[in-house]
Design a binder for this molecule. Sequence first.
Ligand SMILES: Cc1cc2nc3c(=O)[nH]c(=O)nc-3n(C[C@H](O)[C@H](O)[C@H](O)COP(=O)(O)O)c2cc1C
Length: 260
Amino acid sequence: MPDSKQRRPHILLGVTGSVAAIKLPLLCQQLGEIGDLKVITTNAAQHFMTMSAPVPKVEGMEFLNDEDEWHSWQRVGDEVLHIELRRWADIFIIAPLSANSLAKLANGLADNLLTCVARAWDHQAANMLVAPAMNTCMWSGPFTAAHLTTLYDMGMAILPPISKRLACGDTGVGAMAEPASIAEAARALLQLKGGKQLGQQRWWRRLPWPRPKRQLPGGAFQREGICSGPSAHNCFPAVAAALISSAAVLLYAVVRVARQ
Ligand SMILES: Cc1cc2nc3c(=O)[nH]c(=O)nc-3n(C[C@H](O)[C@H](O)[C@H](O)COP(=O)(O)O)c2cc1C
């Protein structure tokens, strides 16, 4: 594989069974402008894709599903598709991410091609982006916060859904972020992977979880202090915080012992 600086970025797009999968043509168009695209679909996603407009022909774009995983492996020595895809990709985007697949990711399930790639992913690289899409009640339910917190703690970038009238008729938060926002966040993550932009656009916010995060373009956010790509200087705040807290604990212990 050529060096990633001499070729277009390799974008792996996972599509799950949310009605937002009908936006796939627009998403492929936007992401195809950034890099080479491979698309993994779950069985439920394929159902929605039959209803979407035709996906634009983007050169080199490939569609993969669970059958490809099994058909491509016939004997020992054959390539294992989910591992090859992980090796190929510079970024893994799951958009839309259904409540079901969100739960699977948070719990480490690997029962289809998409979740196998996610399970085999190197999360140290901090180059995975998810854009959940679901009914408002699903989004505001307690499982969602718990599962998203797990993904956040693993270093995934999360692009929250937006509020609008949903396909089910309800109005509220739950619609997948716009494809342009997903593409914008993807560009930022790809640049972060190259060690650029680190340290910029950081601030502490308390929405929707009381955890520090750095803001990415497009409305996505990611855990603070995670190492992105070859540059380690982004780890500095986390390392400094760990050192300071260790020193404080040590000092406290010394003072307690000295007082006795
Ligand atoms: C018409 C219809 C629309 C749906 N829309 C959504 C949705 O927007 N978000 C969601 O999380 N699940 C939605 N579901 C449910 C998922 O398709 C279902 O949980 C499925 O098992 C997801 O599978 P996957 O995560 O493997 O793709 C919808 C189901 C139907 C029948």
